[in-house]
Design a protein around this ligand. Structure first.
Ligand code: NAP
Length: 292
């Protein structure tokens, strides 16, 4: 078993991004600029946004954060999105999800200018991805592709089973793994909560991508010996053992699955760190006008 080490790979890619950002600065006199909007006080969202901002600074990007109380109206939020869309100094805009119940996340996502949609959630970017056209690939699937590339894993001809069909992870991941590209060229099975015989499906997989949101959901008896296991899950539980007061668990029972796998991502230290790299790469591509 080999660990797919998100810490090692993400640090390596960030060094390269920092070099390219410095080059961009010397050529244009400005830094790539990512703006994040955070609504409310969800602990997970706070942590993710803080980490995104910190990583921007680390690679020499400018970052700005707009915070709103959870009572902000949908109209106020949409106004802010439009204002940022029109600001030429901004290359990328992300609105951290989830949003409070009274705000429609679809409306907010669609209000973001696709040219600045570095999370890759806008239907135009998702549609372009389906057609294999230049687009921002959603940050988490993009990070997974970068991880597979970093370890020279050729996925051609593999059977990939994706568990979970969310718009931000499972569904785009299934499309990317089926594309005529490497990583890609897989035969893909996309599974979800209504899948019959989930265990039998997952047992067929040469590569498993788990994006469910349930701690230790993928158990060793569901995994074929030698499978590649990508764990997207981030499940937070309060803990007295850590300084932060919580502990993170993946969707895969790492302890028992790891010995059976050929490659596996840990949680933490795997896909989460690569997601940030995907976001940074999209922001740099936007600044350089590589996509649009
Ligand atoms: P989501 O929108 O909640 O979707 C979960 C998916 O899992 C749904 O498609 C659901 O099926 C499926 N599912 C739930 N129970 C199941 C079961 N018993 N059997 C089979 N499928 C089942 O989740 P998400 O946004 O994709 O996130 C998934 C996990 O990844 C979460 O832990 C999240 O925190 C984490 N995440 C991590 C990163 C990262 O950077 N590492 C980024 C994003 C998300 P239905 O569609 O039928 O309901």
């Amino acid at each position: 078993m080999q660990l797919l080490d998100g810490k090692y790979v993400s640090e390596k890619v960030k060094v390269q991004i920092a070099e390219e950002a410095a080059q961009f600065l010397s050529e244009t006199g400005r830094k790539p600029h990512l703006v994040a909007i955070l609504v409310g006080n969800d602990g997970g969202s706070e942590t993710y946004v803080a980490s995104k901002m910190k990583n921007c600074e680390k690679v020499g990007f400018k970052s700005s954060l707009y915070r709103y109380d959870s009572t902000v109206t949908e109209a106020e939020l949409l106004d802010k999105v439009r204002e940022i869309n029109a600001d030429d100094d901004v290359d990328g805009l992300i609105v951290q999800l989830p949003l409070p119940k009274h705000i429609d996340p679809e409306k907010v996502t669609e209000a973001i200018d696709p040219k600045k949609d570095v999370d890759g959630f806008h239907p135009i970017n998702l549609g372009r991805m389906m057609r294999n056209l230049p687009c921002y690939i959603p940050a988490t699937p993009y990070g997974i592709l970068l991880m597979l590339q970093a370890y020279d894993i050729d996925t051609t001809g593999m059977h990939c089973v994706v568990v979970g069909r969310s718009n931000i992870v499972g569904s785009p991941m299934s499309v990317l793994m089926a594309r005529n590209a490497n990583p890609g060229n897989c035969t893909v099975t996309l599974t979800h909560s209504k899948t019959k015989d989930l265990k039998e499906q997952v047992l067929q997989a040469d590569i498993i991508i788990a994006a469910i949101g349930k701690k230790n959901f993928i158990t060793a008896d569901m995994v074929k010996p030698g499978a590649i296991v990508i764990d997207v899950g981030i499940n937070r539980e309060t803990s007295t053992e850590t300084k932060s007061g919580y502990k993170l668990y993946g969707d895969v029972d790492f302890e028992n699955v790891a010995p059976k796998s050929s490659y596996i991502t840990p949680v933490p230290g795997g896909v989460g760190l690569m997601t940030i790299v995907g976001l940074l790469k999209n922001t740099l591509a936007s600044a350089r006008k590589e996509i649009y």
